[in-house]
Design a protein around this ligand. Structure first.
Ligand code: SF4
Length: 461
Protein backbone atom coordinates (compact mmCIF):
# COMPACT_ATOMS: atom_id res chain seq x y z
CA UNK A 1 0.00 0.00 0.00
CA UNK A 2 1.81 3.16 -1.14
CA UNK A 3 1.75 6.15 1.17
CA UNK A 4 0.75 4.01 4.18
CA UNK A 5 2.55 4.73 7.40
CA UNK A 6 3.51 1.88 9.69
CA UNK A 7 2.67 1.42 13.34
CA UNK A 8 4.14 -1.25 15.60
CA UNK A 9 2.22 -1.91 18.82
CA UNK A 10 3.81 -4.09 21.50
CA UNK A 11 1.42 -5.35 24.14
CA UNK A 12 2.45 -6.38 27.64
CA UNK A 13 0.34 -8.03 30.33
CA UNK A 14 -3.30 -9.00 30.23
CA UNK A 15 -5.91 -9.60 27.53
CA UNK A 16 -7.38 -6.17 28.14
CA UNK A 17 -4.15 -4.69 26.83
CA UNK A 18 -4.24 -6.98 23.79
CA UNK A 19 -7.79 -5.76 23.10
CA UNK A 20 -6.77 -2.12 23.62
CA UNK A 21 -3.84 -2.57 21.23
CA UNK A 22 -6.20 -3.85 18.53
CA UNK A 23 -8.54 -0.91 19.06
CA UNK A 24 -5.60 1.53 18.86
CA UNK A 25 -4.65 -0.03 15.51
CA UNK A 26 -8.29 0.25 14.35
CA UNK A 27 -8.39 3.91 15.42
CA UNK A 28 -5.21 4.73 13.51
CA UNK A 29 -6.20 2.75 10.35
CA UNK A 30 -8.50 5.45 8.87
CA UNK A 31 -5.53 7.86 9.05
CA UNK A 32 -3.55 5.55 6.73
CA UNK A 33 -1.63 3.50 9.31
CA UNK A 34 -0.98 -0.20 8.74
CA UNK A 35 0.41 -2.51 11.41
CA UNK A 36 3.91 -3.92 11.17
CA UNK A 37 5.50 -6.66 13.24
CA UNK A 38 8.91 -4.99 12.80
CA UNK A 39 9.53 -2.03 15.11
CA UNK A 40 12.65 -0.99 13.18
CA UNK A 41 10.49 -0.25 10.09
CA UNK A 42 7.76 1.62 11.97
CA UNK A 43 6.93 5.32 11.79
CA UNK A 44 5.20 5.00 15.16
CA UNK A 45 6.04 2.52 17.95
CA UNK A 46 3.52 2.16 20.77
CA UNK A 47 4.45 0.28 23.96
CA UNK A 48 1.21 -0.79 25.64
CA UNK A 49 2.51 -1.39 29.14
CA UNK A 50 1.47 -3.42 32.19
CA UNK A 51 1.93 -2.46 35.83
CA UNK A 52 1.13 -5.82 37.44
CA UNK A 53 4.57 -7.36 37.51
CA UNK A 54 7.40 -6.37 39.81
CA UNK A 55 9.66 -3.55 38.63
CA UNK A 56 7.20 -2.87 35.78
CA UNK A 57 8.38 0.69 35.27
CA UNK A 58 12.06 -0.36 35.09
CA UNK A 59 11.21 -2.89 32.39
CA UNK A 60 9.43 -0.19 30.40
CA UNK A 61 12.45 2.10 30.59
CA UNK A 62 14.72 -0.66 29.35
CA UNK A 63 12.30 -1.41 26.46
CA UNK A 64 12.27 2.31 25.60
CA UNK A 65 16.09 2.18 25.52
CA UNK A 66 15.93 -0.64 22.96
CA UNK A 67 13.48 1.26 20.72
CA UNK A 68 15.50 4.47 21.08
CA UNK A 69 18.41 2.77 19.28
CA UNK A 70 16.04 2.06 16.36
CA UNK A 71 14.79 5.64 16.48
CA UNK A 72 18.37 6.93 16.22
CA UNK A 73 19.09 4.58 13.30
CA UNK A 74 15.90 5.77 11.54
CA UNK A 75 16.95 9.39 12.09
CA UNK A 76 20.40 8.63 10.58
CA UNK A 77 18.51 7.43 7.47
CA UNK A 78 16.44 10.66 7.42
CA UNK A 79 13.31 8.92 8.76
CA UNK A 80 11.30 10.10 11.77
CA UNK A 81 10.11 7.56 14.33
CA UNK A 82 7.61 8.54 17.03
CA UNK A 83 7.63 6.62 20.31
CA UNK A 84 4.46 6.43 22.39
CA UNK A 85 3.96 4.80 25.79
CA UNK A 86 0.42 3.63 26.60
CA UNK A 87 -1.24 1.39 29.21
CA UNK A 88 -1.02 1.12 32.98
CA UNK A 89 2.59 2.26 33.47
CA UNK A 90 1.80 5.33 31.33
CA UNK A 91 -1.25 5.95 33.51
CA UNK A 92 0.71 5.56 36.74
CA UNK A 93 3.97 7.31 35.81
CA UNK A 94 2.65 9.94 33.34
CA UNK A 95 4.92 12.94 33.12
CA UNK A 96 7.76 11.07 34.86
CA UNK A 97 8.24 8.97 31.71
CA UNK A 98 8.58 12.04 29.51
CA UNK A 99 10.99 13.55 32.02
CA UNK A 100 13.20 10.46 32.31
CA UNK A 101 13.04 9.09 28.77
CA UNK A 102 13.84 11.84 26.29
CA UNK A 103 13.15 9.53 23.31
CA UNK A 104 9.45 9.29 24.24
CA UNK A 105 7.25 11.69 22.29
CA UNK A 106 3.87 10.79 23.69
CA UNK A 107 2.35 9.26 26.84
CA UNK A 108 -1.27 8.17 26.67
CA UNK A 109 -3.26 6.76 29.60
CA UNK A 110 -5.58 3.80 29.17
CA UNK A 111 -8.73 5.95 29.05
CA UNK A 112 -7.60 8.17 26.18
CA UNK A 113 -6.79 5.95 23.20
CA UNK A 114 -9.57 7.48 21.10
CA UNK A 115 -7.56 10.74 21.10
CA UNK A 116 -4.47 9.04 19.65
CA UNK A 117 -4.72 10.40 16.05
CA UNK A 118 -4.86 13.96 17.34
CA UNK A 119 -2.11 13.37 19.91
CA UNK A 120 0.14 11.75 17.28
CA UNK A 121 -0.32 14.69 14.94
CA UNK A 122 0.77 17.03 17.76
CA UNK A 123 3.75 14.81 18.64
CA UNK A 124 4.83 14.68 15.01
CA UNK A 125 4.83 18.48 15.06
CA UNK A 126 7.43 18.42 17.81
CA UNK A 127 5.18 18.70 20.88
CA UNK A 128 5.75 16.25 23.74
CA UNK A 129 2.24 15.11 24.65
CA UNK A 130 1.04 13.62 27.95
CA UNK A 131 -2.63 12.68 28.39
CA UNK A 132 -3.41 10.55 31.44
CA UNK A 133 -6.70 12.11 32.54
CA UNK A 134 -9.77 9.98 33.28
CA UNK A 135 -12.09 11.80 30.84
CA UNK A 136 -15.88 11.91 31.15
CA UNK A 137 -16.47 11.00 27.49
CA UNK A 138 -16.96 7.38 26.46
CA UNK A 139 -13.67 6.07 25.12
CA UNK A 140 -15.35 3.03 23.57
CA UNK A 141 -17.92 5.04 21.63
CA UNK A 142 -15.12 7.20 20.21
CA UNK A 143 -12.78 4.33 19.28
CA UNK A 144 -13.01 3.23 15.66
CA UNK A 145 -14.52 -0.17 14.86
CA UNK A 146 -12.26 -2.69 13.13
CA UNK A 147 -12.77 -3.27 9.41
CA UNK A 148 -14.35 -6.62 8.42
CA UNK A 149 -11.13 -7.82 6.77
CA UNK A 150 -9.16 -6.93 9.88
CA UNK A 151 -11.52 -8.97 12.11
CA UNK A 152 -11.24 -11.97 9.78
CA UNK A 153 -7.43 -11.71 9.89
CA UNK A 154 -7.48 -11.86 13.69
CA UNK A 155 -9.21 -15.27 13.68
CA UNK A 156 -12.46 -16.81 14.83
CA UNK A 157 -12.13 -16.02 18.52
CA UNK A 158 -12.24 -12.47 19.86
CA UNK A 159 -12.07 -10.52 23.09
CA UNK A 160 -14.52 -7.72 23.81
CA UNK A 161 -13.96 -5.36 26.73
CA UNK A 162 -17.31 -4.79 28.46
CA UNK A 163 -16.10 -3.25 31.70
CA UNK A 164 -13.00 -1.44 32.90
CA UNK A 165 -11.61 -0.46 36.26
CA UNK A 166 -12.19 -1.83 39.73
CA UNK A 167 -13.73 -0.54 42.98
CA UNK A 168 -12.57 -3.43 45.18
CA UNK A 169 -9.17 -2.09 46.33
CA UNK A 170 -7.50 -5.37 47.24
CA UNK A 171 -4.50 -4.23 49.25
CA UNK A 172 -1.91 -5.79 46.88
CA UNK A 173 -3.33 -4.52 43.59
CA UNK A 174 -2.61 -1.44 41.46
CA UNK A 175 -5.63 -1.77 39.14
CA UNK A 176 -7.97 0.63 41.00
CA UNK A 177 -5.23 3.29 40.71
CA UNK A 178 -4.18 2.63 37.09
CA UNK A 179 -7.56 1.83 35.52
CA UNK A 180 -9.80 3.89 37.80
CA UNK A 181 -13.33 3.25 39.01
CA UNK A 182 -15.58 0.63 37.41
CA UNK A 183 -17.13 1.75 34.13
CA UNK A 184 -19.36 -0.47 31.99
CA UNK A 185 -20.24 -0.16 28.31
CA UNK A 186 -23.89 -0.20 27.26
CA UNK A 187 -25.52 -3.45 26.16
CA UNK A 188 -26.39 -1.87 22.78
CA UNK A 189 -22.74 -1.00 22.09
CA UNK A 190 -21.55 -4.50 23.03
CA UNK A 191 -24.29 -6.18 20.97
CA UNK A 192 -23.33 -4.04 17.95
CA UNK A 193 -19.67 -4.98 18.36
CA UNK A 194 -20.39 -8.70 18.75
CA UNK A 195 -22.71 -8.61 15.70
CA UNK A 196 -19.90 -7.04 13.69
CA UNK A 197 -17.53 -9.77 14.86
CA UNK A 198 -19.87 -12.67 14.08
CA UNK A 199 -20.72 -11.12 10.70
CA UNK A 200 -16.98 -11.38 9.88
CA UNK A 201 -16.80 -15.03 11.00
CA UNK A 202 -16.00 -14.88 14.73
CA UNK A 203 -17.53 -17.86 16.58
CA UNK A 204 -16.27 -17.39 20.14
CA UNK A 205 -16.32 -14.18 22.17
CA UNK A 206 -14.69 -13.69 25.57
CA UNK A 207 -16.06 -10.73 27.51
CA UNK A 208 -13.28 -9.10 29.46
CA UNK A 209 -13.03 -6.64 32.31
CA UNK A 210 -10.88 -6.21 35.41
CA UNK A 211 -13.98 -7.08 37.42
CA UNK A 212 -16.15 -8.41 34.61
CA UNK A 213 -19.04 -9.73 36.68
CA UNK A 214 -19.38 -6.31 38.30
CA UNK A 215 -20.71 -5.32 34.84
CA UNK A 216 -23.63 -2.89 35.18
CA UNK A 217 -23.95 -1.23 31.75
CA UNK A 218 -27.10 0.44 30.48
CA UNK A 219 -29.55 -2.19 29.17
CA UNK A 220 -31.55 -1.94 25.95
CA UNK A 221 -34.61 -1.26 28.15
CA UNK A 222 -32.95 1.79 29.73
CA UNK A 223 -32.32 0.03 33.10
CA UNK A 224 -28.89 -1.09 34.36
CA UNK A 225 -28.02 -4.57 33.10
CA UNK A 226 -25.99 -7.38 34.69
CA UNK A 227 -23.43 -9.75 33.22
CA UNK A 228 -25.99 -12.58 33.29
CA UNK A 229 -28.51 -10.52 31.29
CA UNK A 230 -25.81 -9.40 28.87
CA UNK A 231 -24.73 -13.01 28.25
CA UNK A 232 -28.34 -14.07 27.65
CA UNK A 233 -28.69 -11.28 25.07
CA UNK A 234 -25.41 -12.13 23.32
CA UNK A 235 -26.28 -15.85 23.16
CA UNK A 236 -29.16 -14.90 20.81
CA UNK A 237 -26.83 -13.40 18.20
CA UNK A 238 -26.69 -15.66 15.13
CA UNK A 239 -23.24 -17.19 14.60
CA UNK A 240 -22.21 -17.19 18.27
CA UNK A 241 -21.05 -20.67 19.22
CA UNK A 242 -19.26 -19.93 22.48
CA UNK A 243 -19.22 -17.24 25.17
CA UNK A 244 -16.71 -16.81 27.98
CA UNK A 245 -15.96 -14.09 30.52
CA UNK A 246 -12.99 -13.13 32.66
CA UNK A 247 -11.92 -11.99 35.31
CA UNK A 248 -14.56 -12.39 37.99
CA UNK A 249 -14.81 -11.56 41.68
CA UNK A 250 -16.71 -14.05 43.84
CA UNK A 251 -18.60 -11.21 45.57
CA UNK A 252 -20.17 -10.12 42.27
CA UNK A 253 -21.30 -13.58 41.15
CA UNK A 254 -25.06 -13.11 41.56
CA UNK A 255 -27.72 -15.82 41.33
CA UNK A 256 -28.67 -14.79 37.80
CA UNK A 257 -25.09 -15.34 36.72
CA UNK A 258 -25.11 -18.77 38.39
CA UNK A 259 -28.38 -19.57 36.58
CA UNK A 260 -26.91 -18.41 33.26
CA UNK A 261 -24.45 -21.31 33.52
CA UNK A 262 -27.38 -23.70 33.78
CA UNK A 263 -29.45 -22.06 31.03
CA UNK A 264 -27.02 -21.10 28.26
CA UNK A 265 -25.35 -23.87 26.25
CA UNK A 266 -23.23 -21.17 24.58
CA UNK A 267 -21.70 -20.22 27.95
CA UNK A 268 -18.64 -22.43 28.36
CA UNK A 269 -18.35 -24.47 31.58
CA UNK A 270 -15.00 -23.02 32.59
CA UNK A 271 -14.70 -20.10 35.01
CA UNK A 272 -11.64 -18.21 36.18
CA UNK A 273 -12.51 -17.25 39.75
CA UNK A 274 -9.57 -15.82 41.72
CA UNK A 275 -9.52 -16.61 45.44
CA UNK A 276 -5.86 -15.66 46.27
CA UNK A 277 -5.73 -17.50 49.62
CA UNK A 278 -7.58 -20.09 51.69
CA UNK A 279 -6.88 -18.33 54.98
CA UNK A 280 -9.56 -15.94 56.24
CA UNK A 281 -6.90 -13.98 58.11
CA UNK A 282 -4.99 -13.39 54.85
CA UNK A 283 -8.17 -12.73 52.88
CA UNK A 284 -9.10 -9.99 55.37
CA UNK A 285 -5.59 -8.50 55.17
CA UNK A 286 -5.88 -8.57 51.38
CA UNK A 287 -9.31 -6.88 51.60
CA UNK A 288 -10.70 -9.62 49.37
CA UNK A 289 -14.22 -9.27 50.82
CA UNK A 290 -14.81 -13.03 50.74
CA UNK A 291 -13.94 -15.84 53.13
CA UNK A 292 -12.84 -19.35 52.27
CA UNK A 293 -16.36 -20.51 53.23
CA UNK A 294 -18.24 -18.01 51.01
CA UNK A 295 -15.94 -18.89 48.11
CA UNK A 296 -16.46 -22.65 48.58
CA UNK A 297 -20.24 -22.16 48.91
CA UNK A 298 -20.26 -20.23 45.62
CA UNK A 299 -18.27 -22.97 43.86
CA UNK A 300 -20.78 -25.52 45.17
CA UNK A 301 -23.79 -23.45 43.97
CA UNK A 302 -22.24 -23.01 40.54
CA UNK A 303 -21.47 -26.73 40.26
CA UNK A 304 -25.03 -27.54 41.30
CA UNK A 305 -26.22 -25.33 38.43
CA UNK A 306 -23.78 -26.81 35.93
CA UNK A 307 -22.21 -30.06 37.17
CA UNK A 308 -19.42 -30.15 34.56
CA UNK A 309 -18.20 -26.66 35.50
CA UNK A 310 -14.40 -26.45 35.94
CA UNK A 311 -12.55 -23.67 37.76
CA UNK A 312 -9.22 -21.95 37.52
CA UNK A 313 -7.97 -19.38 40.00
CA UNK A 314 -5.23 -16.97 41.09
CA UNK A 315 -3.14 -17.52 44.23
CA UNK A 316 -0.67 -15.30 46.05
CA UNK A 317 1.69 -17.00 48.51
CA UNK A 318 3.79 -15.17 51.07
CA UNK A 319 1.46 -12.21 51.54
CA UNK A 320 2.70 -10.09 54.50
CA UNK A 321 2.01 -11.95 57.76
CA UNK A 322 1.27 -15.32 56.09
CA UNK A 323 2.19 -18.21 58.41
CA UNK A 324 2.63 -21.89 57.59
CA UNK A 325 -0.88 -22.43 59.02
CA UNK A 326 -2.34 -19.78 56.67
CA UNK A 327 -0.56 -21.39 53.75
CA UNK A 328 -1.90 -24.84 54.71
CA UNK A 329 -5.41 -23.37 54.64
CA UNK A 330 -4.75 -22.42 51.01
CA UNK A 331 -3.65 -25.98 50.20
CA UNK A 332 -6.82 -27.27 51.93
CA UNK A 333 -9.02 -25.00 49.82
CA UNK A 334 -7.29 -26.22 46.65
CA UNK A 335 -7.85 -29.85 47.69
CA UNK A 336 -11.52 -29.13 48.34
CA UNK A 337 -12.22 -27.38 45.02
CA UNK A 338 -10.02 -29.37 42.63
CA UNK A 339 -8.87 -26.83 40.06
CA UNK A 340 -8.32 -27.31 36.33
CA UNK A 341 -5.46 -24.80 36.49
CA UNK A 342 -4.27 -21.66 38.25
CA UNK A 343 -1.95 -18.68 38.07
CA UNK A 344 0.32 -18.73 41.09
CA UNK A 345 2.48 -15.89 42.35
CA UNK A 346 4.88 -15.24 45.20
CA UNK A 347 3.80 -11.93 46.73
CA UNK A 348 5.87 -8.95 45.64
CA UNK A 349 5.06 -5.41 46.75
CA UNK A 350 3.62 -2.90 44.28
CA UNK A 351 4.60 0.66 45.12
CA UNK A 352 1.61 2.76 46.18
CA UNK A 353 -0.48 -0.18 47.42
CA UNK A 354 -1.29 -0.61 51.15
CA UNK A 355 0.30 -4.09 51.34
CA UNK A 356 3.67 -2.70 50.22
CA UNK A 357 3.96 -0.92 53.60
CA UNK A 358 2.68 -3.78 55.76
CA UNK A 359 4.92 -5.23 58.46
CA UNK A 360 5.90 -8.90 58.55
CA UNK A 361 6.95 -9.26 54.93
CA UNK A 362 7.68 -12.95 54.37
CA UNK A 363 11.33 -13.83 53.52
CA UNK A 364 11.93 -14.68 49.84
CA UNK A 365 13.20 -18.21 50.59
CA UNK A 366 9.96 -19.02 52.44
CA UNK A 367 7.86 -17.58 49.64
CA UNK A 368 9.57 -19.62 46.98
CA UNK A 369 9.39 -22.82 49.04
CA UNK A 370 5.61 -22.32 49.48
CA UNK A 371 5.21 -21.42 45.82
CA UNK A 372 6.84 -24.70 44.79
CA UNK A 373 4.50 -26.71 47.04
CA UNK A 374 1.49 -24.82 45.72
CA UNK A 375 2.52 -25.28 42.10
CA UNK A 376 3.13 -29.02 42.61
CA UNK A 377 -0.42 -29.41 43.91
CA UNK A 378 -1.96 -27.34 41.09
CA UNK A 379 0.06 -29.20 38.43
CA UNK A 380 -1.10 -32.55 39.82
CA UNK A 381 -4.73 -31.37 39.76
CA UNK A 382 -4.38 -30.03 36.23
CA UNK A 383 -2.89 -33.35 35.04
CA UNK A 384 -5.70 -35.28 36.72
CA UNK A 385 -8.25 -32.97 35.10
CA UNK A 386 -6.76 -33.45 31.61
CA UNK A 387 -6.36 -37.20 32.11
CA UNK A 388 -10.06 -37.52 32.98
CA UNK A 389 -10.82 -36.87 29.29
CA UNK A 390 -8.62 -39.64 27.84
CA UNK A 391 -10.75 -41.71 25.47
CA UNK A 392 -13.73 -39.37 25.99
CA UNK A 393 -15.51 -37.13 23.53
CA UNK A 394 -15.27 -33.35 23.79
CA UNK A 395 -16.66 -30.60 21.59
CA UNK A 396 -13.77 -28.71 20.02
CA UNK A 397 -13.93 -25.36 18.25
CA UNK A 398 -11.39 -25.65 15.43
CA UNK A 399 -9.54 -22.35 15.21
CA UNK A 400 -6.56 -22.52 12.84
CA UNK A 401 -3.98 -24.78 11.15
CA UNK A 402 -2.28 -27.11 13.65
CA UNK A 403 1.37 -27.92 14.19
CA UNK A 404 1.56 -30.64 11.54
CA UNK A 405 0.19 -30.61 8.03
CA UNK A 406 -3.38 -31.96 7.97
CA UNK A 407 -3.87 -30.95 11.60
CA UNK A 408 -6.11 -28.23 12.99
CA UNK A 409 -5.69 -26.59 16.39
CA UNK A 410 -8.72 -25.95 18.51
CA UNK A 411 -10.00 -25.55 22.07
CA UNK A 412 -12.23 -27.66 24.27
CA UNK A 413 -14.99 -26.05 26.37
CA UNK A 414 -12.36 -25.95 29.17
CA UNK A 415 -9.85 -23.98 27.08
CA UNK A 416 -7.56 -26.98 26.65
CA UNK A 417 -5.58 -26.76 23.40
CA UNK A 418 -6.21 -29.76 21.11
CA UNK A 419 -4.51 -30.87 17.92
CA UNK A 420 -6.89 -32.74 15.63
CA UNK A 421 -6.37 -34.36 12.21
CA UNK A 422 -9.10 -32.58 10.25
CA UNK A 423 -9.58 -30.83 6.89
CA UNK A 424 -9.01 -27.06 6.73
CA UNK A 425 -12.66 -26.57 5.68
CA UNK A 426 -13.67 -27.27 9.30
CA UNK A 427 -12.01 -24.15 10.74
CA UNK A 428 -14.70 -22.23 12.61
CA UNK A 429 -16.80 -25.31 13.38
CA UNK A 430 -17.47 -26.99 16.71
CA UNK A 431 -16.86 -30.70 16.15
CA UNK A 432 -16.96 -33.80 18.40
CA UNK A 433 -13.42 -35.05 19.06
CA UNK A 434 -12.25 -38.19 20.83
CA UNK A 435 -9.19 -37.47 22.98
CA UNK A 436 -6.53 -40.03 22.11
CA UNK A 437 -3.39 -38.69 23.76
CA UNK A 438 -2.35 -36.28 26.50
CA UNK A 439 0.63 -34.03 25.73
CA UNK A 440 2.37 -31.63 28.12
CA UNK A 441 0.83 -28.50 26.65
CA UNK A 442 -1.98 -29.85 24.54
CA UNK A 443 -4.30 -32.76 24.01
CA UNK A 444 -4.47 -34.79 20.80
CA UNK A 445 -7.63 -36.16 19.30
CA UNK A 446 -9.44 -37.41 16.27
CA UNK A 447 -12.81 -36.51 14.81
CA UNK A 448 -15.38 -38.63 16.62
CA UNK A 449 -17.54 -38.86 13.52
CA UNK A 450 -17.45 -37.73 9.92
CA UNK A 451 -18.10 -33.99 9.88
CA UNK A 452 -18.93 -32.11 6.70
CA UNK A 453 -17.45 -28.66 6.05
CA UNK A 454 -19.80 -25.69 5.67
CA UNK A 455 -21.73 -25.49 2.40
CA UNK A 456 -21.71 -21.68 2.56
CA UNK A 457 -19.04 -19.49 1.04
CA UNK A 458 -16.56 -17.84 3.41
CA UNK A 459 -18.55 -14.59 3.17
CA UNK A 460 -21.60 -16.26 4.74
CA UNK A 461 -25.14 -15.47 3.61
S1 SF4 B 1 -10.74 -7.31 42.49
FE1 SF4 B 1 -9.02 -7.79 41.13
S2 SF4 B 1 -8.64 -5.91 39.93
FE2 SF4 B 1 -9.91 -5.33 41.69
S3 SF4 B 1 -8.46 -4.65 43.25
FE3 SF4 B 1 -8.85 -6.84 43.64
S4 SF4 B 1 -7.24 -7.95 42.49
FE4 SF4 B 1 -7.28 -5.81 41.71
Amino acid sequence: MSGARKVHIKSFGCQMNVYDSQRMADTLAPGGFVETAHPEDADVVILNTCHIREKAAEKVYSEIGRIRVMKDEAAAQGRKMTIAVAGCVAQAEGAEIVRRAKAVDLVVGSQNYHRLPDMLARAENGERVVDTEFPADDKFAALAAPARAQIAKRGITAFVTVQEGCDKFCTFCVVPYTRGAEVSRSVAAIVAEVERLTDAGVREVTLIGQNVNGYHGLGEDGAPSTLGKLLRRLARIPGIARLRYTTSHSRDMDEDMVAAHADLPELMPFVHLPVQSGSDRMLAAMNRRHTARTYLDLVARMRAARPDLAFSSDFIVGFPGETEEDFRATLDLIETVGFAGAFTFAYSPRPGTPAADMDAQVPDAEKSERLQRLQALITAQQRRFNASFAGKRLDVLLEKPGRLSGQLAGKTPYLQAVQVMAPASLVGQVVPVTITELGTNSLFGELAERVEGPALSAAGA
